[in-house]
Design a binder for this molecule. Structure first.
Ligand code: SF4
Ligand code: SF4
Length: 182
């Protein structure tokens, strides 16, 4: 598990850094979602990498819940959204993935170097499609590349969110099993 534990720590460190880098945006623009809206978590087509869910998978394994969640994901094609989306929102919020942290709280630069706000139609209606030029917002592609640099194999391929979570759980459980056997 040494390699997995290392990856988990590195990804968590990246999340902490992102939180720090997002402070100015949060203080300047009200990017909070309405408390009752969890629409984007109910979209199972949201794409994520395996690596961003390694810390969550490690936490679930430590808590003895990894196999239970894996079981729920076996029929993930029938799930109506992310396996962790509930009526009160994300049930694993502190361990959510990178895309969960960046959506509605980041920008991408378009060809004219304008900062296009990455968000849903509701937040676009509130803030517009573009944030003012000097808004200190995380650039989504930069953070994706930072994640990829931690482990290119697990950090660059994108899957529907439940598939990414399932793969992360399988890797963590399998590695743990090999460690115990060896
Ligand atoms: S990003 Fe948009 S769709 Fe997602 S929870 Fe926030 S307001 Fe709702
Ligand atoms: S893990 Fe991400 S996609 Fe899933 S419920 Fe939490 S915030 Fe939503």
């Amino acid at each position: 598990m040494k390699r997995i534990a290392y990856l988990s720590r590195e990804v968590r460190a990246l999340f902490d850094e992102l939180e720090e880098a997002s402070r100015d945006l949060f203080s300047l623009v009200d990017v909070r979602c309405p408390a009752t809206c969890h629409e984007c978590c109910l979209n199972p087509a949201v794409q994520a990498t395996v690596l961003e869910f390694v810390p969550l998978a490690c936490r679930l394994m430590d808590e003895g819940r990894a196999e239970e969640v894996l079981g729920q994901l076996e029929g993930s094609a029938e799930l109506k959204g992310c396996v962790f989306a509930g009526i009160a929102g994300c049930s694993v919020y502190p361990d959510r993935g990178l895309i969960c942290r960046l959506f509605a709280a980041s920008v991408r630069k378009d060809r004219q170097d304008r900062l296009e706000y990455i968000a849903c139609s509701l937040l676009h209606a509130r803030h517009g499609r573009y944030l003012p030029g000097q808004t200190p917002a995380p650039v989504i592609t930069d953070w994706g590349l930072r994640l990829e640099a931690i482990d290119p194999a697990m950090g660059c391929a994108w899957y529907p969110v439940n598939e990414a979570i399932r793969r992360a759980l399988e890797i963590v459980l399998h590695t743990n099993h090999l460690d115990r056997a060896g």
